[in-house]
Design a protein around this ligand. Structure first.
Ligand code: HEM
Length: 183
């Protein structure tokens, strides 16, 4: 096993989840900040439904990803990075994993506590774990929104760091997530 590259499966999981997560983020942000029921009526409802149907997929992919992460080796960060920067990179990745759990969980609680479903790919619903509950809604709604803003900042930092590794430090970090030894 070449330790310079993530496995092909880890790479697919990373990029597919990245695309789904960013799509869900953009759709949620659009609905939350540019649409209102008073003006846009049922169109806003359809956009929120799309947001949920895409975002819930993250939960299922994350289970596979965490299993894969703990059963397969990952590349080491380059030795040109200081121990402090390596620590920051690990903390950043941990924070991103936390968000991959926290966003869908608070999103589902948000929907259920408002009396709505958490649908997956317009195919089935995640069984409701809580009933309609205004007290819970008052907590999880702002939580989902604040977490979504925080993850926006984290994601920008993650992308900026990957680009810095590639174009400024000219190291192997971004390539380890895009290529295989024989590519
Ligand atoms: C991948 C995970 C998710 C991300 C990145 C995400 C992101 C966002 C963002 C950026 C917003 C707009 C916040 C604002 O008003 O500024 C939002 C709103 C919302 N999200 Fe999520 N979300 C995720 C998962 C979910 C899930 C799984 C559900 C429910 C099943 C959900 C339900 C909602 C609802 C109902 C809104 C309010 C939309 C509105 O008021 O127009 N989200 N989300």
């Amino acid at each position: 096993m070449d330790q310079h590259y993530y496995t092909r499966t880890a790479q697919y999981l990373h990029w597919i989840m990245g695309i789904i997560f960013i799509a869900a983020w953009l759709i949620g942000f659009y609905s939350g900040n540019f649409l209102s029921y008073a003006v846009d009526g049922s169109f806003k409802g359809s956009v929120i439904t799309l947001h949920k149907n895409i975002a819930t997929v993250i939960i299922f992919l994350l289970v596979v990803r965490i299993f894969w992460r703990y059963t397969h080796p990952v590349p080491q960060l380059p030795n040109t990075m200081s121990p402090f920067m390596k620590k920051m990179a690990h903390l950043g990745h941990l924070a991103l994993y936390f968000m991959l759990i926290a966003l869908p969980v608070t999103g589902c609680l948000f929907s259920w506590s408002a009396g709505h479903p958490a649908p997956v790919l317009y195919w089935f619903e995640i069984p409701r774990l809580v009933d309609k509950n205004p007290e819970l809604l008052a907590i999880v709604k702002p939580l989902h929104i604040y977490l979504s803003w925080a993850v926006g900042v984290l994601l920008l930092g993650h992308i900026a760091a990957a680009l810095k590794h590639h174009f400024i430090d000219k190291d192997h970090v971004l390539i380890s997530m895009t290529r295989q030894p024989k590519d």
